[in-house]
Design a protein around this ligand. Sequence first.
Ligand code: SAH
Ligand code: SF4
Length: 364
Amino acid sequence: MSEQIESLLQKTQHTKDELIRLLSVQSAHETQLVLDKGLEVKAAHPGRKVYLRGLIELSNVCSKNCYYCGIRAVNIKVERYTLSTEEVLNAAHFSWQQGFGSLVIQTGEQKSTRFTSQISSLLQEIHKHTNNELTITLSCGEQSQETYKEWRQAGADRYLLRIETTNKELFYQIHPHDKNHDFDQRMNALADLKHAGFQVGTGVMIGLPNQTIADLADDLLFFRSLDVDMVGMGPYIEHADTPLFSSAHLLWSPSERFRMGLIMIALLRINMPWINIAASTALETLDPLGRQKGILAGANVVMPNLTPVSNRRNYQLYDNKPNLDKDASLSTKTLNEVVSSIGETICLHESGNSLHYLKRTGLF
Ligand code: SAH
Ligand code: SF4
């Protein structure tokens, strides 16, 4: 049987059936074959390098009610916050000084014009205070085409908007079925982002209730068909104060969700060798060595959390999110040690643009 897996792993583009076969590996040996191939393909393409992005969770104010997310609008247990400009600039400055090269600004979804302008002016201020040496990724949900264009012009380079799952039926099991949570609209938003000139990232959650291996194969094929530049995906982790918690009995075990998370990274790396792939915080939540293991399966981006420690407990998308009490310098030091101990190099003072993006735009 392992010969069949080994021969499938020689291919660089897999069909749905082949992906299903590879996603179905069970034994530790065959799992390792897949993960090793992910690392081999990474080493031969972007190389054994890790890029850092300082993560700023700007605000937990959100107008949506995704069934899986701890900061959904109706969760009254969450104390809502928005960081001040000064707090964001401090985090950006820290990132710049540490040589991270890049920032991610993530928020709940807010659509007011006030919010749009706040992001635009933050982008401009950050660039001004960091000598234009940081690239910035936004992850602020679905917005209008005009807003995307405005933010792109104000200095955002990349945008991350996960499709969450490409199975439309499953999408409506994990979101309310209303115009605020519309599958086709989310798809269109990804097209708008490309149109606005962003390096575009998307992703899914892995191990959702009722999600199948075939769904995950479709997710991988979707990333390829959209020709995305970056992917951030990770295991679904339940949150006790959300509606999806009532389906917790349907879930794969945490270790199985973790294993599938790694296999997804490896298969994505094999099929899209030049893209940026993040080792998600959710991986680290399920396994203390999650980030390292993600990197060793083919991921090349890590996002140390720069959100002020006092706000972190209010940005709990899922239960047991790690590093609640650590400050960023501690995480950075640990990261440095950790990354070099597994034979990888942290790239400091580099923007870490998606080579896939540079290739598709003729810059590489
Ligand atoms: N509001 C923005 C960005 C913040 S949420 C948006 O939704 O796009 C960022 C990501 O966190 C989501 O895309 C989702 O994939 C992930 N997330 C939310 N709840 C989660 C959970 N319970 N388990 C794992 N990931 C989760
Ligand atoms: Fe809001 Fe994003 Fe959470 Fe959905 S996943 S409730 S949009 S923060």
